[in-house]
Design a protein around this ligand. Sequence first.
Ligand SMILES: Cc1ncc(COP(=O)(O)O)c(C=O)c1O
Length: 410
Amino acid sequence: MFDLKAIRNEFPMLRNATKMQGHDLVWLDNASTTFKPDAVLEAVTRYYTSETSNSHRGDYDLCYNMDQEVLKTRKAVASFIHCDPSEVVFTSGATMSLNLVAFGYAATHLGKDDEILLNEAEHASNILPWYKVAEITGCKVRFIPLDKQGRLTPENLENAFTPSTKLVCVAHVSNVLGYVAPIKELAAICHKHGALICVDGAQSVPHFATDVKDLDCDFLAFSGHKLCGPTGIGVLYGKFDLLRATDAFMSGGGMNVKFDKQGGATYLEPPARFEAGTQNLEGIMGLGAAIEFINRIGIDNVARHERELKRYAVSKILATGKATIYNPDSESGIVTFNVDGVFAQDAATYFNSKGIACRSGQHCAKVLNDFLGTVATVRASFYLYTTKEDIDALVDAIDKCKGEFLNAYF
Ligand SMILES: Cc1ncc(COP(=O)(O)O)c(C=O)c1O
């Protein structure tokens, strides 16, 4: 059962009546990061209070227990996204996961005659690593045009393909417009042309069910902190054969079988090959607890709740007649808008004065602004603990924003 009040009570940031500018905090920046429930904080604390040890580095019980904790989370992630545990690599977050594909796979498999396809809605973390690959290999990066709404369509992908296209990198959900890309269809097109698809799941995995086998994506990246887990922990999923063909772009302890004085080294099989050095063990334990928490609530309930909030927010904001929404039809819990006549950052500053946290600016998707025809927008993003009252507070602030803002500053 989805009991919003009970769910909110599990989050100290919500339970403790956190204030901002003297108001009860209204947190509408969940696409940036999410609050952590007690279970996650307890798991992280448990690492420090009763389970401190390293993984794979000792023959005593604590170390063995830690190996079991790491394995438990790896299995939990695998069942959450429907893959084999051997295909789950722990990283520091979506950014590192995408860089691992860029430097470990693309930089070693692409050449000057090849090309990578991106689109204008991508986050910096799914554009800049590919620019680096282009610098290293001489390959080209091209952008697939979006449709009028800002969606990436199978037709536009098909039309953008050339015989040189070897890799397509796309977000499952855009962090600005919130459109859900049809990954299964996109993957089928990529594979028909003999190319790979790397999916940025930072804004999708926390919000609706993900089945990597059904989607047939080749790589998928996401971050723990956007799904109620700790910061500094993330995941790269890769089809096992592709992970085997991927170079470790970081090497050190925990990822090798042996090495000698002549420079020879043999590396472990994936996923260990990509987890050099001491892992973020408390992060891994916290991520495991976050996934358990979301499974308890039910990811489909999370998705349903967010869709309902999105519908509610769009209708209420439009009813003010004082804002322009850039993505009224997108499927996820992201509303990107401007208060008419007020610059985005000014609006966000005004919202802050009312205790409301929204993101403003370009949201790390700096090539999307040309498409949107504006220099900056405000983004309100929801999660499983967001209430209609949170949205009402935002709507009230939108309604008063222009008048009060102008009165205060001019
Ligand atoms: C679509 C998308 N991709 C990648 C990232 C990067 O995530 P992280 O900073 O957790 O690595 C973000 C973060 O906002 C994002 O929204």
